[in-house]
Design a protein around this ligand. Sequence first.
Ligand code: SAH
Ligand code: SF4
Length: 343
Amino acid sequence: MPADIKSLTREEITALLVQQGYPAYRGGQVAQWLDKGCTSFDEMTDLPPKLREELNRQFIIPSVSILQKLQSSLDETTKYLFGLYDGETVESVLMSYHHGWSQCLSTQVGCRMGCSFCATGMGGLSRNLLPAEMMSQIETAQKDRSIRVSSVVLMGMGEPLDNYDNVLRFLHMLSEPSGVHIGMRHISLSTCGLVDGIYRLMEEKLQLTLSVSLHAPNNDIRSTLMPINRRWPIEELLKACREYIKATGRRISFEYAMIDGVNDSDACAEELAARLRGMLCHVNLIPANSVSGASHRRSSQARLQQFSKILGNHGLTVTVRRTLGADINASCGQLKRKHREEE
Ligand code: SAH
Ligand code: SF4
C-alpha cells in the first residue's frame, strides 16, 4: 500500500526526495502544497510531471471529503459527516464562540470503549484515524466556511488515547507554524480514563488541556456506564489525574454528563465533591444527549442547577456546558448512525 505522505515532516519528505535524486528544494515545494491543504499531487503544478507521477505511485494524501453537512438555524454550529479514502465515515462539529471558531474532531472510526450512553460506542471500533485525516477535518471545514479554526477539542468519535501515536503526531503537526498552526494551549484532549495513556501523556509535558470523562462519583455507577472503569477503577484514575496535575501544572477538566435518575442526585454531588477535594480541576456538567437505542434521559435544568450549586458550595469550579446546535443534534455519533441506516 502507498505510504501516507501527510504523516511525514518537511525534513522527512525532503530526505526521501534527495535520496531519489531530486534537489532538496522539491521537498519544500511538496510540503508547502500539503500545508495549504492540497489533496492531489496533480494539483502541484510547479513540480515536473515525472516527479508528480513518482509521488502518485509512492504516496497517498489521506484527506476527508464532505458527505453531509447540517447547519444549525439557532447558532453558527455546523456538523459534518466526512468520508474517508476507504469508504469509512466520521463526524466533526464546528462551533462559534466569542473567542473564535472551535472544532470538535474525531480520532477513530468508531470506538471500542463501549460506554452505554454514547452513540459512537454502540458500533464498536473500525479503525484508527491517521494524523492526516485528523488534520484534514480542520482544513476541509476551514475551506468550506472560509474561516480559521482557533481551537480544537478531541471530543468527536473515538478515544484519543486508544490511538496514542497518531494523535500525538497530529498534535505536533497542528502546532507547526507552517501549517494550521494551533498551539497546545488551544487544544483539549478528552479521555474516558485510559490510565496508562494518561501516564504516557504526562511524560510529554504538553500544555494542552486534559479532559477526563468521569460521569460518576463512585465505581458502582461508573462501571455500569463505562466498561473501562472495570479495568481502571475511579481510585486509580483519580490518582493518575493527581500525578498528571503535579507533573504538568495544568488544571484537569472533568466532564460529567447528567443522566436523569442515574448520576444526578444530591448524594452523588456530595460524593463527587469529596472525591475531587483539593484538586486543581474544573467540573463541566453536560446535559446528557439522548441516543436512540439507549434508555438514558437528560437531567432537568433544575437538577443541573442544584447539582452545580452543591459542587460550588464545596469550593469546586463548575460550568454547565452550553448546548450549541441543539436543532442538529450536534453531539457526535448520531449522524453517522442515521447515514448508515439510510443507506
Ligand atoms: N472518547 C473520549 C472523547 C470522545 S467522547 C471520551 O470519552 O472522553 C466526548 C465526550 O462526550 C465525552 O465526555 C463523552 O463521555 C461525552 N458523551 C458521549 N455520549 C454522550 C451523550 N449521549 N450525552 C452527553 N455526553 C456524551
Ligand atoms: Fe468511546 Fe468516548 Fe463514546 Fe466512551 S464516550 S464509547 S470512550 S467515544
